[in-house]
Ligand binder design. Structure first.
Ligand code: OAD
Length: 250
């Protein structure tokens, strides 16, 4: 199958109608989301112009080495991100995925986002591949706890053992939770249709989910402002804002 895509500001109506027909008839749908779905809530994406913080790239801060070198600097970045997120709300794209979940027996949402907006919107059948910015984990006793302090007083310490806390997030160079990853692969390998929304497709192993779905014969729809490495291989590529396109699809 070849890619059927528009280049421009908004996917044209015939592509929307075609996507709609596939979605309405699909019995099982798995959705993969990335930072682009939260962009319209005012959350900066990682690789866009607004993704930078004090001239650091995410790749320079979201690593175990960066945390070992300078935990305060890494925590200051997370404090900045928590502050941005603290007054952000889910947008129409998050809400429309909740609606889709309510219509299907077989639905899974896999997100790379750590912002908690899908949960806030009401998504339930969801795997958070990269963790949760609103949780902390002790580097000593490994205890995970919810924490919504904005800002978090630095450096934060574990209430149980006094060890240094870190964000409960998967950093570059770290392994993803095995169970979550294997359930995510099961979800893409067993679905009839997969939607990929607002991700650059550059971060592994998340980037392997689309090829895994395709190898099992799923119909793939991409929704993104831009073209991505996925675009040539998907069945339908809808270019535009997730919050405008998703509500048109079901
Ligand atoms: P990126 O910042 O790499 O990509 C965001 C994508 O969203 C881009 O392809 C944009 O074109 C698209 N986009 C932006 N605004 C959009 C909109 N309104 N509607 C639709 N699409 C839009 O973010 P991710 O692919 O999510 O890891 O990045 C993957 C991982 O890299 C993240 O989970 C994060 C980061 O390091 C961790 O936090 C561990």
């Amino acid at each position: 199958m070849t890619a059927d895509s528009t280049r421009g500001s908004m996917a044209d109506d015939s592509l929307i109608q075609s996507a709609r027909a596939h979605i309405v008839s699909a019995k099982s749908i798995t959705v993969l989301t990335g930072a682009g779905i939260s962009a319209d809530s005012g959350v900066p994406t990682f690789r866009g112009e607004n993704g930078l913080w004090r001239d650091y790239r995410a790749e320079d801060l979201a690593t175990p080495e960066a945390f070992e070198r300078n935990p305060r600097l890494v925590w200051e970045w997370y404090n900045w991100r928590r502050e941005i997120l603290s007054n952000k709300k889910p947008n129409e794209a998050h809400h429309s995925l909740v609606h889709l979940e309510s219509r299907l027996q077989e639905f899974r949402l896999i997100t790379q986002n750590v912002d908690g907006l899908h949960r806030l919107a009401g998504s339930k059948k969801m795997y958070e591949l990269h963790g949760d910015i609103w949780k902390v984990r002790c580097t000593s006793c490994q205890l995970v706890a919810a924490n919504h302090d904005v800002p978090l007083l630095l450096p934060p310490h574990c209430r149980t053992c006094g060890g240094l806390l870190r964000p409960h997030i998967v950093w570059f160079g770290e392994a993803l939770d095995e169970q979550i990853l294997s359930k995510s692969f099961q979800a893409v390998e067993s679905c009839e249709l997969m939607m990929i929304v607002g991700t650059s497709g550059l971060v592994y192993p998340a980037a392997m989910l689309m090829p895994a779905a395709k190898a099992k014969g799923a119909f793939i729809i991409e929704i993104n402002l831009d073209s991505t490495p996925y675009s040539p291989d998907v069945d339908l590529s809808l270019q535009g804002r997730a919050k405008e396109i998703l509500p048109l699809l079901y």
